[in-house]
Design a protein around this ligand. Structure first.
Ligand code: AMP
Ligand code: MG
Length: 518
């Protein structure tokens, strides 16, 4: 087994829970609990991200990988722990949550000097499991594995997925919480990020009035995860700049979600990364027909708090909760309000860049933003596939705009016909706008190609791969991972992965309806 270089800064520098073992408890005055993964019966490595394995210093061909990446065997230097954090869930303060089924193995310093925290999801009970089993099922683990990597290759900041291991153990789940529990195959994903700190890590000590602990964590996070800020002498100024950076990073990531049509599904503050990474792939989904009101999460079906179009506003709300938690560290609210304002500006700027990219313009002015809004309203009215429409738009001839090129994008022929005049009129205005633009045709084409993916991880594609994997065939997972690693390239022979959602997938469990049960 390769020698990995660990620098476990979090457990070295932060206070831990003195009590050993996974018994459920409230943990005060400590930011984590030492806990080891519970061994599994028969670990089998079914998918590996080779490039990432090499980067952290693992040999992709090492026969012992399944043992290590299931938590059955610890390597020298690993100091496993579960983090203690709280969170606002669906708008309400939920108190202590913590890593109920995630266990960090250690912080690897890669050959590139980068920090890679290795964390197993589904590795068994921890003090934060709250009576649940600490395990994850295969379907959810496949979804996390595939989507982490798909997002990475789309250029969206995200935690990564190193490996997918089946455990050989069964796990009982009631998928829709409707009294139909059944046995499902267990699995473990090893995820990787420079830091897994969440807003909720800061909210919990603040909620308990433990300002000393909060301060220690903030200054640790700045030193480890935001080294560029270390040079700011004044402490309050440094902390204010840190909050500012968090706001800006969150804004750009959420803007990217909106660009590619990703719906997180459960944007609770415990699922918000301090680095602005997309984290905790649960009941997420991808937009097929453009609908800002859509949410994949059945648990959220009533209020649809986490629907696609609401994500920027929810991110702002979550940042406001973080600001509230941090307020005891600041004499007045001004620096925190400055950060929140930064979110608004950073989001608007990122959105503008995305609109320019999606429409193939040198820059997007206010009129262009209105042009995009008009298109989006039409798409919503007409039930048009977001990904296919934008990818096809780059083939439009501005000299002779032809609405027929979008034939593949429609879900409803009746709406297509009745809304055709609006499309013709929009295309005419767009063609005129393109005619006045600074970009040359080839530049425009390239800009649109790199902002409008050909392939996204459509919910039904992931479900088809899951169905095959449930029969023991992981070929679908591998094929999908390969196609999604080049989302902006046309891949001859893989057209099927770029098709619009088939009718059968419209209301099938796993394809459009997901729950938090994973
Ligand atoms: P999530 O909805 O996945 O963000 O989880 C919310 C909280 O529930 C977190 O504290 C998780 O660690 C915990 N949790 C979710 N599923 C399990 C499970 N199977 N076992 C233990 N804890 C869990
Ligand atoms: Mg979570």
């Amino acid at each position: 087994m390769a020698f990995l270089s660990f620098d476990n800064a979090f457990v070295r520098d932060m206070p831990g829970d003195p009590e050993p073992g996974p018994a459920t408890r409230q943990v005060h005055g400590a930011l984590y609990s030492n806990v080891t993964p519970t061994p599994v019966a028969a670990p089998r490595l079914v998918a590996l991200t080779d490039e990432l394995a090499k980067r952290v210093g693992l040999d992709p061909d090492d026969p012992d990988l399944a043992q290590v990446l299931s938590g059955n065997r610890l390597l020298a230097g690993m100091q496993p722990y579960a983090a203690n954090y709280g969170g606002h869930q669906f708008g309400t303060w939920a108190g202590q949550l913590g890593d109920g089924r995630a266990i960090t193995l250690g912080e690897v310093v890669g050959e590139d000097g980068g920090r890679h925290e290795l964390q197993l999801k589904g590795a068994g009970p921890t003090p934060y499991s709250r009576g649940a089993d600490g395990r994850a099922v295969l379907r959810s683990s496949i979804r996390e594995f595939l989507c982490s990597e798909a997002m990475h290759h789309l250029g969206v900041p995200t935690t990564r997925a190193l490996s997918l291991v089946t455990t050989g153990d069964m796990v009982v789940r009631d998928m829709f919480y409707d009294g139909h529990p059944r046995d499902e195959a267990g699995a473990i994903v090893c995820r990787v990020a420079p830091s897994f700190l969440r807003f909720g890590n800061f909210e919990l000590p603040a909620s308990r009035g433990d300002i000393g602990l909060l301060e220690r964590l903030v200054d640790f996070c700045i030193a480890r995860d935001f080294p560029a800020l270390a040079g700011i002498e004044d402490l309050t100024e440094r902390r204010a700049s840190w909050f500012d950076e968090i706001c800006a990073a969150t804004a750009t990531t959420v803007a990217q979600w909106m660009r590619v049509g990703f719906v997180h599904g459960v944007m609770n503050t415990d699922n918000m990364s301090i680095l602005g990474l997309t984290i905790d792939y649960g009941p997420y989904g991808w937009i097929d027909d453009y609908d800002p009101d859509w949410t994949p999460n059945t648990t959220d079906a009533g209020r649809r708090r986490y629907r696609f179009g609401q994500q920027p506003a929810v991110a702002y709300w979550n940042l406001s909760r973080l600001a509230g938690a941090l307020s005891p560290l600041f004499g007045d609210a001004v620096p925190l309000q400055v950060g929140l304002d930064r979110f608004v500006r950073a989001y608007e700027a990122a959105d503008r860049v995305n609109v320019a990219g999606k429409l193939g313009l040198g820059e997007a002015n206010d009129d262009d933003m209105a042009l995009m809004a008009r298109l989006q309203a039409w798409m919503q009215e007409t039930s048009v596939d977001m990904t296919i429409f934008f990818r096809t738009l780059m083939d439009l001839d501005p000299a002779a705009p032809d609405p027929a090129i979008f034939a593949e994008a429609f879900y409803d022929e009746g709406l297509r016909a009745s809304n055709r005049p609006a499309l013709v009129s929009w295309l005419a205005d767009y063609a005129q706008r393109v005619g006045r633009d600074t970009l040359a045709p080839l530049e425009r084409h390239e800009r649109m190609r790199t902002h409008n993916p050909r392939y996204v991880l459509r919910n039904y594609l992931a479900q088809e791969a899951i169905d095959r994997a449930s029969e023991g065939d992981f070929g679908g997972v591998h094929d999908l991972a390969r196609v999604m690693s080049r989302p902006y390239d046309d891949q001859p022979g893989h057209e099927a992965f770029a098709r619009r959602r088939p009718d059968w997938a419209r209301s099938r469990a796993g394809c459009s309806m997901l729950s938090c049960s994973s």
